[in-house]
Design a protein around this ligand. Structure first.
Ligand SMILES: [Zn+2]
Length: 98
């Protein structure tokens, strides 16, 4: 039986209305929810809160048109991995053609 564990996540928020950018830190509590399901609870400043990607309000203009991104997962990572896969593929093709 697995035990509950916690992790720390930082999310970046960008207001699509006034271009305000800010970040929020969350404590994430993972627990075994039974039947192979993982139950995840988010805490912000010690209080239970909705998921980081749910509706957020811009602290500057109160717009809810806010774009959320996990801090650690950057869009450039899968792109560069795809590039190296292509490089490997072309190298294999060259080997076959040799
Ligand atoms: Zn705003």
């Amino acid at each position: 039986m697995r035990e509950a564990w916690s992790s720390h996540e930082i999310w970046l928020y960008e207001c699509q209305y006034c271009a305000n950018v800010w970040e929020e830190a969350f404590d994430v509590l993972h627990a075994d929810g039974g039947h192979g399901h993982e139950a995840i609870v988010y805490r912000h400043d010690g209080h239970l809160c909705p998921t980081p990607w749910s509706t957020h309000e811009c602290p500057e203009c109160r717009s809810e048109n806010v774009f959320a991104t996990p801090y650690r997962r950057r869009p450039s990572v899968p792109r560069s991995r795809r590039d190296s896969d292509l490089e490997l593929l072309s190298r294999l093709r060259r080997l076959n053609a040799w």
